[in-house]
Design a protein around this ligand. Structure first.
Ligand code: GCO
Length: 394
């Protein structure tokens, strides 16, 4: 492959989410969910990676590894702990994180909502309540007033498709409901919240988009109707809502096979990851192409991609192949602006707890000691060389 086919100023980074790394996020619906015996959570998040206190060292380490970007999220339940009551201390904390990124020469990519919702919002009906879009808008106004001039890129809502589906249809995320019409209501509220946030963020200066969980759909014979039924409320409605945005965040982990009876498990003989997903790095390229077409050419930022793996060399192989796909997409003229790997640190993987390790950097759960894995050094070198080293076909 040719050296350095990546555009100048391509963003190379890693991603985290507040609740998965900060620790002590007791005021969110997820903390309550983790401690609810009715949930399927296998363990609580606890101190997580104590990133709330250790962010400076973590950001420094990411910069030393060679990255130029860090994607992280703000925790709404810290910034607005009760209805209309804003914490200046929490806002100052995130302003310090942004400043730490700037000092380390990492472009901050800031997500405003990553799965967690303040308990007081959840108590008012959460995302199935249309009013939540207005509450979210007020929070975004307050955040932008404080830090809008310090950031270049803002993701409004992380994977609203997952939160709506897992929380209101599948019952695995809070509030644990299983009702198709409640999922539709949550979709609608998320789309309204996103549109409001886009206006507010744009007025403050940064570029703005949402991020979506995407999958490479593989339709087996007779599965056409089933795949359309799955895709429409999960993907298509949000792709339509993202048209005209400054970028769209693509988050892809694997492919999904669908037959006449619906979604199928992994194909016999295909390697699986610790999440039970098929090891399928080419899914990233397929979803970038799909998103580019479906949104009418909104620039793509890969906001998440990676695997949970005990054997780190499988992560390197996965990311190498995924990035080769990104390069093919670029070669075909698709505007891919960056890649933030999921994840910087081994962290709290929601209902699955600390078992699935997605991190480039390992975290000792007792001492919080960080150890950069070989994949961290490898991807950092890829980043430093702007993709001209490390991506050769093996
Ligand atoms: C997501 C999730 C992450 C998960 C990751 C791995 O946005 O999909 O934000 O929080 O940890 O996807 O499953």
């Amino acid at each position: 492959m040719n050296a350095s086919a990546f555009p100048e100023r391509f963003l190379w980074g890693t991603a985290t989410a507040a609740h998965q790394v900060e620790g002590g996020n007791w005021n969110s619906d997820w903390w309550a969910w983790e401690h609810d015996p009715a949930s399927s959570c296998i363990e609580p998040s606890g101190d997580a990676c104590d990133h709330f206190h250790r962010y400076r060292e973590d950001i420094q380490l990411l910069a030393e590894l060679g990255f130029n970007t860090y994607r992280f999220s703000l925790e709404w339940s810290r910034i607005e702990p009760e209805n209309g009551e804003f914490s200046i201390a929490a806002l100052d904390h995130y302003a310090r994180m942004i400043a730490a990124c700037r000092e380390a020469e990492l472009e901050p990519v800031v997500t405003l909502h990553h799965f967690t919702t303040p308990r007081w919002v959840a108590a008012r009906g959460g995302w199935a309540n249309a009013e939540t879009a207005k509450l979210f808008g007020r929070y975004v106004e307050r955040v932008m007033a404080q830090i809008g001039d310090q950031i270049g890129l803002v993701c409004t809502i992380n994977e609203p498709n997952v939160v709506a589906t897992m929380g209101y249809l599948v019952g695995l995320f809070p509030p644990g409901e299983r009702d198709f019409s409640r999922r539709t209501a949550a979709n609608d509220t998320f789309i309204d919240a996103h549109r409001r946030a886009v206006e507010i963020v744009r007025a403050a200066g940064p570029k703005v988009g949402l991020t979506l969980a995407m999958s490479q759909w593989v339709t087996l014979d007779g599965g056409e109707e089933a795949v359309a039924a799955l895709r429409d409320p999960y993907e298509d409605v949000f792709l339509a809502a993202a048209r005209g945005d400054d970028f769209i965040g693509v988050q892809t982990y694997t492919r999904t096979r669908v037959g006449p009876a619906g979604q199928l498990g992994p194909e016999d003989g295909v390697e699986t990851t610790l999440m039970g997903y098929e090891f399928w790095p080419e899914a990233l390229e397929a979803t970038i192409r799909l998103v580019w077409e479906e949104t009418g050419h909104v620039p793509v930022l890969v906001t998440e991609n990676g695997i949970a793996a005990a054997e780190d060399h499988r992560r390197i192989e996965y990311v190498r192949r995924a990035l080769q796909g990104v390069r093919r997409a670029l070669d075909d003229g698709i505007d891919v602006v960056g890649y933030t790997h999921w994840s910087a640190l081994d962290n709290f993987e929601w209902v699955f707890g600390y078992g699935p390790t997605f991190g480039l950097i390992g975290v000792d759960r007792a001492t919080q000691e960080r150890v950069a894995k070989p994949s961290a050094h490898w991807l950092g070198d890829v980043a430093r060389s702007n993709g001209s080293l490390g991506l050769e076909t093996s």
